[in-house]
Design a binder for this molecule. Structure first.
Ligand code: NAD
Length: 513
């Protein structure tokens, strides 16, 4: 029997949309925070109460061109800075992010909705990438081979690409920009950033810190907008590489359009992450991990464990999973003790509810139903419906909300087959006390990030974020060694230094042997 757990919030609409008394989000061009002359603006609402927070411009073509030109001009001098200069600026940025952690987290909660504790985690995971960037003096080392022919040596350098671009999603407003611009900069590139139009505030605060740290003007420029700004980035000939994190639809578009115009492109996209629960697992620990990983950040994490596969006798654990999920406190992210906040928008909520409803209409057993939840009182409701089948839309689609699908499998082999036949390959986890089962799972599973008793196995920045199959397009992954490779190209120099008395008398016209 397949079942579905759902927790959801109801955004409360209050207040008037006082367009013109509401602050606007500025661009960051050539080291200045600049008001856009855009004719078209996007309203950004606090997901906890739907009050208008700011208006985000859809930047004009001229503004976007000015931003790229600034990146290009800055690159000419930035690429010539010493690696020690770039490293010491990165140390300073690291110090300032730590100093302003609270401010950044508060902005994330205001614009994105996640709890303050989780927002701190958002900043912290990005900060760890900055910390890793501080070891660029060894990360960007090249290779050498002396004596490849008489008096001849070869050196390989990792040199910057030029102007790079970053396009980011709403769910990690600090972490994902921090996956991109610090590594690009420390390798000697400049970057044009287009943060999510749904919560660009944390990115703008980071720009203030970049400036305070002493980075030269123009090394990062920030523009705003939606699809038009993305198309501009894909087509602009000065931009050499694009880093994208977000949905499948946008990722496929960017990968195709950016590659077609000759750019290097890396795209981290959607996910459907399965947690396999074997009956020999540590029950209490597994249930805690599963519930935290399914519902944390209201399920709006690309590594959320959104599908549990209960194997064999573990199917009897469902009532305890439900009981644990029921204890979660849903409320505004600012409320101490809240476990999960609202989802990003009324549209996102409507989409999640419609997927839950499609599951129920196809036969899902809705054992915990948060659809009628009212944020004000944080009340939750329970519904039990009939079973549903695997072909239903809410299994196929990424729900990206506080919904846990519980499937059942008779054996570990069945669970592996199910996961491997899903198009996504972002993350997965197995919960077991059997080393042999864990080994079989890690060997046979075709997913890029695998946890053994670890529900969200996101690698730290000394590794790379290695989502695979439908969750990734490109060649080099984000951050770590692969990130350095993405933001650099190889230059190989072969040198002949021969003393006067050893100069050959004839010109070689044949290929040397
Ligand atoms: P999104 O694709 O809607 O937006 C991401 C960026 O793309 C934004 O800057 C947006 O302006 C732009 N964009 C949106 N639609 C576009 C279109 N049609 N054409 C061109 N550009 C477009 O994604 P989101 O809703 O902000 O983020 C959630 C998605 O991101 C989920 O699918 C989630 O799994 C994924 N995600 C993946 C990872 C990962 O590492 N694999 C990490 C975080 C989020």
């Amino acid at each position: 029997m397949n079942r579905l757990l759902s927790l959801s919030k109801v955004p409360v609409l209050t207040g008037f949309w006082r367009h013109y008394s509401v602050p606007t989000t500025k661009m960051f061009i050539d080291g200045e925070f600049v008001e856009s002359k855009a004719k078209s603006w996007i309203e950004l609402h606090n997901p906890a109460n739907n009050e208008l927070v700011t208006r985000v411009p859809k930047c004009t073509e001229a503004e976007m061109n000015a931003a790229v030109d600034s990146c290009q001009t800055a690159f000419e001098s930035w690429r010539k800075t010493t690696v020690l200069t770039r490293q010491s600026l990165m140390f300073e940025l690291q110090r300032l992010i730590k100093r302003d952690m609270k401010k950044l987290a508060e902005n994330i909660t205001l614009e994105q909705g996640k709890t303050l504790a989780d927002a701190h985690g958002d900043v912290m995971r990005g900060l760890q990438v900055v910390e890793h960037c501080c070891s660029i003096t060894s990360l960007q080392l090249g290779e050498t081979m002396p004596g490849i022919a008489k008096d001849m040596d070869t050196h390989t350098y990792r040199v910057p690409l030029g102007v790079t671009a970053g396009i980011t999603p709403f769910n990690f407003p600090a972490m994902i920009p921090l996956w991109m611009f610090p590594l690009s900069l420390v390798c000697g590139n400049t970057m044009l950033l287009k943060p999510s139009e749904r919560d660009p505030g944390a990115c703008m605060l980071l720009m203030g810190l970049l400036q305070e740290a002493g980075f030269p003007n123009g090394v990062v420029n920030v523009i705003h907008g939606a699809q038009e700004a993305v198309t501009f980035i894909c087509d602009n000939p000065q931009i050499r590489a694009i880093s994208f994190v977000g949905s499948d639809r946008a990722g496929q578009y960017i990968y195709e359009r950016g590659s077609k115009s000759g750019k290097r492109v890396q795209c981290n996209m959607g996910a459907k992450n399965h947690g396999v629960i074997l009956p020999d697992a540590n029950k209490a620990q597994t249930i805690q991990s599963l519930v935290g990983a399914a519902f944390g950040a209201a399920g709006q994490r690309c590594m959320a464990l959104s599908t549990a596969i209960l194997v064999g006798e573990a199917r009897n654990w469902l009532p305890e999973i439900v009981a644990r999920a029921k204890e979660l406190r849903v409320g505004p992210g600012t409320e101490p003790g809240a476990d999960l906040g609202p989802v990003i928008s009324p549209e996102a909520k409507a989409r999640i509810l419609s997927l839950v409803e499609s599951g129920i209409s196809e036969g899902a057993d809705c054992v915990l139903d948060g659809r009628g939840l009212v944020v004000k009182g944080y009340e939750k409701g329970n519904f039990v419906g009939p079973p549903f089948s695997l072909s239903m839309e809410c299994y196929r689609e990424e729900i990206f909300g506080p919904v846990l699908l519980c499937l059942e499998a008779d054996t570990l082999e069945d669970a592996i087959q199910l996961i491997n036949s899903n198009p996504y390959g972002n993350g997965t986890a197995i919960f077991t006390n059997s080393g042999a089962a864990a080994r079989k799972f890690t060997e046979e599973i075709d997913v890029g990030q695998v946890g053994v008793n670890v529900p969200i196995p996101v690698p730290l920045p000394m590794f790379s974020f290695t989502g695979s199959r439908g969750s990734f397009r490109g060649d080099q992954n984000f951050y770590g060694k692969h990130g350095v490779h993405f933001y650099t190209q190889l230059k190989t120099v072969t040198q002949l230094w021969r003393s006067e008395d050893a100069v050959t008398s004839a010109s070689a016209t044949a290929m040397p042997l």
